[in-house]
Design a protein around this ligand. Structure first.
Ligand SMILES: Nc1ncnc2c1ncn2[C@@H]1O[C@H](COP(=O)(O)OP(=O)(O)OP(=O)(O)O)[C@@H](O)[C@H]1O
Ligand SMILES: [Mg+2]
Length: 263
């Protein structure tokens, strides 16, 4: 597991992959949106982010409280174990989980500190949502309405209460992402269908500045998933979009990490 050292030596941020020049790409702990067509490798980026976040916080002797919602029962289907406190798959459970998180946020806000100070009993909390687009399509009107109100609260106020969302979505359009998009500090665009979608994810002018995520060719079994995990993002230190590739993370890696092992 070559990645161990790469993560360990950098306390500055969360390493999610390597740039074309071989440098480690770091992003900050924050609400993170990963968009890409089916098979583009959102899973690789998602797991790199989670594993990277754990390393980053480990180095500061801080913990990470992980929660998940996976309506497709794919990415998070096998993660129950030491690392995740709770993972849900059904709409009703998702609403209950998200409500509980908002409650936790309100309690932390009551403490009245401007910046959340994590402790061993009360660490940073991260909610992973795979298939984020389902928030605008699943359930009935009442479900969507309540999910939206709670998610907007988490996205707009969660950061200062130490609560973050990491979401993976196939579609970046407003109908699919709702009003959530602007609240994601980190936005990552893997292969998408057209240039407009790239700008929707990374912001107007991203394509012009070189984020050609619409030109990435599909990764398939027959080409050995040659392009999976390749994408673009903007970082704090570099306003121009940077191309990078997240490493492949196998089911075995995920099982090992989720049961408390190190990668
Ligand atoms: N960095 C990588 N290197 C090599 N193969 C990869 C990499 N990232 C992902 N893959 C492979 O590409 C395939 C698709 O990846 P993944 O399941 O993460 O896609 P996805 O974007 O989540 O798709 P979906 O929206 O359908 O869930 C998987 O078989 C995965 O093993
Ligand atoms: Mg996926």
């Amino acid at each position: 597991m070559k990645r161990t050292n790469t993560h360990r030596i950098s306390p500055l941020g969360i390493i999610i992959g390597k740039t074309d020049t071989g440098e480690r790409l770091q992003i900050s702990l924050g609400h993170t949106l990963i968009v890409g067509a089916t098979g583009s490798g959102k899973g690789s980026v998602l797991w790199s982010y989670l594993i990277g976040a754990q390393h980053y916080l480990d180095m500061q002797q801080q913990g990470l409280f992980l929660l998940g919602y996976d309506p497709k029962r794919s990415e998070l289907a096998q993660v129950q174990g030491n690392r995740f406190f709770r993972v849900v798959f059904e709409t009703d459970d998702a609403l209950e989980l998200i409500r509980t998180l908002v409650h936790k946020m309100r309690q932390r806000q009551q403490a009245g500190t401007r910046t959340f100070k994590p402790t061993a009993q009360d660490p940073f909390t991260l909610l992973v949502i795979d298939e984020f687009n389902s928030l605008t399509t699943a359930g009935d009107n009442a479900w969507r309405k309540e999910i939206k109100a709670n998610m907007m609260a988490l996205l707009s106020q969660g950061r200062s209460a130490g609560i973050y969302i990491v979401a993976a979505a196939q579609q970046p359009q407003k109908e699919a992402i709702g009003d959530y998009r602007q609240h994601f500090m980190n936005r990552i665009c893997l292969r998408v269908e057209n240039a407009m979608e790239v700008d929707m994810v990374l912001g107007a002018g991203a394509v012009e500045q070189g984020a050609e995520a619409h030109l990435i060719s599909p990764a398939t079994e027959s080409n050995g998933y040659l392009t999976a995990g390749i994408g673009y993002t903007r970082t704090d230190s570099e306003p121009r979009p940077v191309r990078f590739r997240a490493p492949r993370i196998t089911d075995g890696d995920i099982a090992l990490w989720c049961s408390g092992g190190e990668l």
